[in-house]
Design a protein around this ligand. Sequence first.
Ligand SMILES: *[C@@H]1O[C@H](CO)[C@@H](O)[C@H](O)[C@H]1NC(C)=O
Ligand SMILES: *[C@@H]1O[C@H](CO)[C@@H](O)[C@H](O)[C@H]1NC(C)=O
Ligand SMILES: *[C@@H]1O[C@H](CO)[C@@H](O)[C@H](O)[C@H]1NC(C)=O
Ligand SMILES: *[C@@H]1O[C@H](CO)[C@@H](O)[C@H](O)[C@H]1NC(C)=O
Length: 345
Amino acid sequence: MTEVTRVLLLLRFLWTLTLSRGDADVSCVFMQSCVLPCSFQSDTDVIIHWIQTPGDLHVHSYYQNQDQLGNQHQNFRGRTSLFKEQISGGNASLQLTGVRVQDQGGYKCHTSTITGNKDGVIQLKVDAPVRKIHIEQVGNRITCSSQGIYPKPELTWSTDPPSSSKSTITVHPTEQQLYNISSSLILSDPVPDVIYSCRISTRTNTRRTTLRNTASINSSSSDTTLSCATSNSPPLSLIWRFNHSQIILSQSSDGHAVSKEWRQQVKSVSETGGLTLHQLSAEHQGTYTCEFTNKEETHISNTVLRTERGGERSSSSAAVTGLVFAAILVLAAGVTGLVIYRKKR
Ligand SMILES: *[C@@H]1O[C@H](CO)[C@@H](O)[C@H](O)[C@H]1NC(C)=O
Ligand SMILES: *[C@@H]1O[C@H](CO)[C@@H](O)[C@H](O)[C@H]1NC(C)=O
Ligand SMILES: *[C@@H]1O[C@H](CO)[C@@H](O)[C@H](O)[C@H]1NC(C)=O
Ligand SMILES: *[C@@H]1O[C@H](CO)[C@@H](O)[C@H](O)[C@H]1NC(C)=O
């Protein structure tokens, strides 16, 4: 074999490789807009037809220097456009808005000018990535769920330290052909400080949410620190809640806010979300929940705080307040009495 034939063989091999690679794939995100690329050798008398295959549905046509939508299939009504100013430069790309799962399939781009025709096919794929994962515990059942995912997601549980717990997974197709997924884990014997982790993944992404119930702590007379996540990266968002409802503080890229009711108690927040409280009294006894979110993960941590000493102090201070109030009343009554007495005179 000569050098030349070798090179020719290699070229032929590369050529078949490019051909057999087949159609170009375009990934579109559910409900967003997407561009299907197509180009041609520019010339006059441009004709463009975009056809969805199989089914040969008319998506968009253009000739005589304007859009021709008379035969457009209703699936595409009001959702397609060409880049008009760039057609003369050989750009026949199609923009599709509000992408839905039904849009998946092949799209043939047929172009023709005075000099010749060209056909190309694009495969459109739709993705609806996993967004928020909800996790909640009721009794000894932890439920993890997420909605509006495509293609069909997978869900796995894990615990740290490892343990064997039973779980069932249900996947519901929605009207928009997306998937809702949910799974419940039944805890055989709930012990504190176990991390329950729920991971949901689909073609384009994976998200994980963890739930941890730490051992309850007693507030100390000075500062009490509640830990949040074990992650080293700072959070994209952080929320501390009291008794599952009241927000103590929230922090995101937009800033940091401590609710009015908690300004006295919040002393500081650490890099990893740990909360230091002070001046706690009996009314601050309850469950503190931290929700820490970074790029791929959300960590939820519940801590029960007891405030025994604070309780005593606050009841004795209530007694003192009562006494002072009574004294003021007596004084006020006395003064009023004096005024009336003077007026009568
Ligand atoms: C056509 O123009 C659009 C808009 O400027 C651009 O996004 C796209 O990449 C172009 N396509 C080609 C094939 O040149
Ligand atoms: C899927 O989740 C969405 C959002 O919570 C809800 O509106 C819808 O009813 C759910 N569909 C099914 C089939 O479960
Ligand atoms: C908290 O207080 C309770 C009741 O007084 C006690 O049983 C428990 O050991 C204390 N826990 C810690 C961590 O100090
Ligand atoms: C918070 O929850 C704890 C335990 O359920 C309860 O004892 C306490 O009264 C609650 N506090 C408030 C202010 O609701």
